[in-house]
Design a protein around this ligand. Structure first.
Ligand SMILES: C[S@@+](CC[C@H](N)C(=O)[O-])C[C@H]1O[C@@H](n2cnc3c(N)ncnc32)[C@H](O)[C@@H]1O
Length: 256
C-alpha cells in the first residue's frame, strides 16, 4: 500500500483544530468486536508462522543483533531492548493492520522485549486488544520523534514519509542511528520513486540515510500483497561510521 493520501498527525495545538485528513482517505470496514479481533490476529499469526517466508523472516531477525555486534559495535553484546510501533492502523476494522499486528507480536516474542504503540486512529477496541497482548498503548503523539537510549526496533508499516524522516532526524548522529533498527517502507524505494528535489526539501534524512541501512525484505509471509509490500527491515550498517563529522551537522528539524 502506498502511504500517499496520509498525513502525519501532528500534536494538537490550542489555536488550530486537529487535521482530519488522516482518516479521510481510508475506507475501513465495520469494526469487529474485541474477541473477533483477537481471534483474527491469532489466526493471522498462525498464517505468518506457517508461511513459506517464515524461515527467512526468522533468519533475518536472528541476523540483526549479529550484524550490529560485528559491524557497528564489536564486543559490546548489543541486544534489541524494546519495540516502538507507529501507524499500525485500526486492528478492529483493517485486515492489513491485523496482519501487521500479528507480525508485531512475532517481533515482540522473538526479541522478548516490551512493545509500545501509537496511532491516533486507534479505537477503544483496538486499545483493549493491544492491552490483552501486553502491548503498551501510548497516549502521547511523539510525531515519530523518539530518541533511542538502547537499541530499539521501530515498526512503522506503511507510514507517511514524515514519520520516518522525523525518526531519523531525532537520532541523527552515529551512536544513536546505529541503535535504530527500522521495519518500514524501503528507504531505497522511496529515494527511487520520489524526485530528488522533493526529497531534499522535505525528506532530507531519508534521502541521506538510504546508504546507511542494509535492507532485508519481508517476503512470502501472507497471500495478500497489500500487507507487507515495500516493507523491509532496515539494519544500520558500517556506512554510518564512515561519514565525516560535517555530514552530521546538517540536521535542521523537519517542518512536519
Ligand atoms: C498509510 S496508514 C497505514 C496503516 C496500516 N499500517 C496499513 O498498512 O494499512 C498510516 C497510519 O499512520 C498513522 N499515523 C499518522 N500520524 C501518526 C503519528 N504521528 N504517529 C503514529 N501514527 C500516525 C495513521 O493514523 C495511519 O493509521
Amino acid at each position: 500500500m502506498e502511504s500517499e493520501g496520509f498525513q502525519l498527525v501532528k500534536k494538537k495545538k490550542a489555536a488550530r483544530p486537529r487535521s482530519k485528513q488522516v482518516i479521510q482517505d481510508v475506507v475501513y470496514s465495520p469494526q469487529h468486536s474485541k474477541s473477533e479481533c483477537l481471534d483474527k490476529i491469532q489466526l493471522a499469526r498462525q498464517i505468518i508462522e506457517t508461511s513459506e517466508g517464515h524461515s527467512s523472516l526468522k533468519k533475518n531477525l536472528d541476523s540483526i543483533e549479529k550484524e550490529l555486534n560485528t559491524v557497528l559495535t564489536p564486543h559490546q553484546n548489543i541486544k534489541v531492548s524494546g519495540i516502538v510501533c507507529y501507524g499500525l492502523g485500526q486492528l478492529s476494522s483493517s485486515r492489513i493492520a491485523r496482519y501487521q499486528g500479528a507480525l508485531l507480536l512475532i517481533l515482540k516474542d522473538h526479541f522478548q522485549v516490551p512493545a509500545e504503540v501509537y496511532d491516533p486512529i486507534f479505537s477503544a477496541v483496538d486499545v483493549e486488544v493491544l492491552e490483552v497482548f501486553d502491548i503498551k498503548v501510548l497516549n502521547r503523539n511523539e510525531e515519530g520523534k523518539r530518541k533511542v537510549v538502547e537499541t530499539t526496533l521501530f515498526f512503522l508499516p506503511h507510514c507517511g514519509k514524515e514519520l520516518y524522516n522525523n525518526l531519523l532526524w531525532t537520532n541523527w548522529n552515529p551512536s544513536l542511528l546505529s541503535r535504530c533498527v527500522i521495519v518500514g517502507n524501503s528507504f531505497s524505494t522511496i529515494v527511487q520513486n520520489v524526485p530528488t528535489r522533493t526529497l531534499k526539501e522535505h525528506y532530507m534524512f531519508i534521502y541521506q540515510a538510504q546508504d546507511m541501512f542494509k535492507e532485508l525484505p519481508l517476503t512470502s509471509l501472507v497471500d495478500y500483497d497489500d500487507v507487507f509490500n515495500d516493507v523491509n527491515i532496515h539494519v544500520p550498517c558500517h556506512n554510518i561510521l564512515n561519514k565525516s563529522p560535517e555530514f552530521w551537522l546538517e540536521n535542521k528539524e523537519p517542518k512536519v
